[in-house]
Design a binder for this molecule. Structure first.
Ligand code: HSE
Length: 321
């Protein structure tokens, strides 16, 4: 048996469209992310069962679930790599703990948890970089475009900058004093739909503003100038086109910034938004504001988080008899 957890993540982090991502963990110690358990071997095919709060929002047939597709993809790759060995099918359980279409990297957590669990069970046949490439492949399949800004932090933890070179990404310094208040409004926005509203080209002025903000943010983090870094968290690429998909966001952000929020932006493709606070007390104050003014229905929630520096991890492992 192997049980793996993969955390929620903030795609873009407001300043690095498709190129920046951060993993988050609630301060109350709860698990904000999916869990996959490999329960043992199966006879003729992979067997996937699904449990959890958000099970109802996934395809009814487990064979349409991305986890099942990850299983076949991984096993095919394993057979191609080591053709002289027999690789059994497995029985797995997905605990779907993240809402779908939330902007919390929901599909990434399923993909990452599945591939890490498979790699653990089958004896770590693939290197981290190879696994990350597989994760990117599935994220692209689901959202229609290859971006690593959810799968990379979900897998590796921390704040990750996509370099898309041989290492794919690099970890950035994590401001220790920042709390990240994550507010999911309760409505669903698919990444594909949120990408369809984006323009295919950027003006020179927008391209320059995007490059300047991201470069200055990364530079300030490396210098440990966190307040200065926060000042560059401005999304000139996606937010102007997506803000109409997020009822109430513009108003609540104005309020949060007036109350001293360090930064505020859309998490991934939304509707979750993040607000950065420089103390737990302020984070809890912002949590109340968001609870009252941003949540749209009973499915919404708001959690005070820190950056999850561990990424995907094995929660339990036991050798079968
Ligand atoms: N970078 C992606 C986007 C994150 O904004 O569309 C969502 O998966």
């Amino acid at each position: 048996m192997v049980k793996v957890y993969a955390p929620a993540s903030i795609g873009n982090v407001g300043v690095g469209f498709d190129l920046l991502g951060a993993a988050v963990a609630p301060v109350d110690g709860s698990l904000l992310g999916d869990v996959i358990e490999v329960r043992g071997e199966a006879q003729n095919d992979f067997e996937l069962s699904v449990i959890g709060q958000f099970k109802a929002y996934l395809p009814q047939d487990p064979k349409d679930n991305v986890v099942y597709q990850c299983c076949h993809y991984y096993r095919d790759a394993l057979q191609a790599k080591m053709p002289n060995q027999q690789w059994p099918f497995l029985a797995l359980e997905l605990d779907k703990r993240l809402p779908v279409g939330s902007g919390l990297g929901s599909s990434a957590t399923s993909i990452v948890a599945a591939l890490v669990a498979l790699n653990e069970y089958y004896g770590q046949a693939f290197e981290r970089f190879e696994l990350l490439e597989m994760m990117g492949h599935f994220e692209a399949k689901l959202s229609g475009s290859l971006h690593y800004d959810n799968v990379a932090p979900c897998f590796l933890g921390g704040i990750q900058l996509m370099t898309e070179d041989e290492q794919i990404c690099r970890a950035l310094p994590v401001p220790e004093q920042w709390y990240w208040v994550m507010a999911y409004s309760g409505i669903s926005v698919s990444t594909k739909m949120a990408r369809d509203v984006l323009p295919q080209t950027l003006s020179l002025a927008t391209a320059k503003a995007y490059a300047r903000n991201l470069a200055a943010f990364v530079d300030a983090l490396h210098q440990g100038l966190y307040q200065r870094a926060a000042g560059f968290i401005t999304d000139v690429v996606a937010e102007p086109h997506r803000i109409g998909l997020l009822p109430g966001f513009a108003e609540v952000r104005q309020q949060l910034l007036a109350q001293g929020a360090v930064a505020c932006g859309i998490s991934g493709s939304g509707p979750t938004v993040f607000t950065v606070a420089d103390s737990l007390q302020k984070a809890e104050q912002f949590q109340q504001v968001l609870n009252q003014q941003y949540l749209q229905n009973e499915r919404g929630f708001c959690l005070v988080c820190r950056i999850d520096t561990q990424g995907a991890r094995v929660l339990a492992a036991a050798k079968s008899e």
